[in-house]
Design a protein. Structure first.
Length: 279
């Protein structure tokens, strides 16, 4: 039996390793091509950049100058950090309230949040862009509220599931000691919710950082561009694309979110299981 399990484990390890390599290959290809001359990217996409093919950091410098990368970077950073902070704070409070206060109102909120998870964005995007324009949400602060609406469904669902696993007696003891509901939340509940908070933060950050369509529809593009939008401006007339600069900017766009993910990855499975299975 032990030999059979070891054999099956070895096969699964090989399969998952192969899948991992397939997932990493596109990123490696983009990285390699970011150091090549434009003419060699299309003709020799899989070759190693050496000799006359290698251009050093020219593509990176060129891309940064063309699209004003640092301005787009700070716009993306502000929107992502602000949106994730607001989503985690508001939805964790909402999930705690829904779980502890059981009535028709809280049940309605919960099911509306769950329902929002299955509504395709394409169904509401044109109406959303009109409403955002009317409410003057076409700026980095305004779009944070829009992201809160779209990110609330999954986050509330996960927080509700985790809060159910927290013994109610802990909160009752805090209130007996004189804590207000707000103090109970920040001093007792929020620290316990840390794994789910980090999981929600990772999932939302990966979505918001890489999102193209929502900022394109909502933001005033003459004043504010995020990285995915700015990269599109490397396209020239008649379909021409500065592939070298685009590859370089894609690598710079990937690095921050990969670092964030690697730092917090151990919490993902723990938080997802706690927020889904226990719910």
């Amino acid at each position: 039996m032990g030999v059979r399990k070891a054999k099956h484990g070895g096969i699964l390890t090989f399969i998952f390793s192969l899948i991992s390599i397939l997932w990493v290959c596109p990123i490696v290809i983009v990285l390699i091509n970011s150091f090549k001359k434009k003419s060699f990217i299309s003709n020799e996409p899989f070759s190693i950049p050496t000799g006359k093919v290698f251009v050093g950091l020219d593509n990176y410098i060129n891309g940064i100058e063309k699209i004003d990368f640092f301005s787009a970077f700070f716009n993306s950073l502000f929107i992502t950090v602000g949106s994730v902070f607001v989503i985690v704070l508001c939805t964790s409070m909402c999930g705690w309230y829904i779980t502890r206060v059981k009535n028709k109102f809280t049940s309605s909120i919960y099911y509306l949040c769950v329902f929002s998870m299955i509504v395709p964005f394409q169904m509401v995007m044109f109406t959303l862009s009109k409403i955002a324009d009317m409410l003057k949400l076409d700026n980095p602060l305004g779009i944070i509220l829009v992201y809160l609406g779209f990110g609330a469904g999954l986050a509330v669902f996960m927080f509700c599931g985790f809060v159910k696993s927290i013994p109610l007696e802990i909160e009752e003891a805090a209130m007996i000691d004189g804590c207000t509901p707000i103090q109970t939340y920040f001093q007792i509940v929020l620290p316990v919710l840390k794994p789910t908070c980090i999981t929600v933060a990772i999932l939302q950050a990966m979505w918001i950082w890489n999102d193209y369509l929502l900022p394109y529809l909502v933001l005033d593009l003459k004043k504010y561009k995020t990285i995915p939008i700015a990269i599109q401006y490397l396209k020239g007339g008649y379909g021409s694309v500065d592939m070298g600069a685009m590859m370089a900017m894609l690598i710079l766009a990937i690095i921050p979110i990969v670092i964030f993910y690697l730092c917090c990855q151990k919490y993902i499975i723990e938080g997802v299981i706690a927020g889904a299975v226990k719910g």
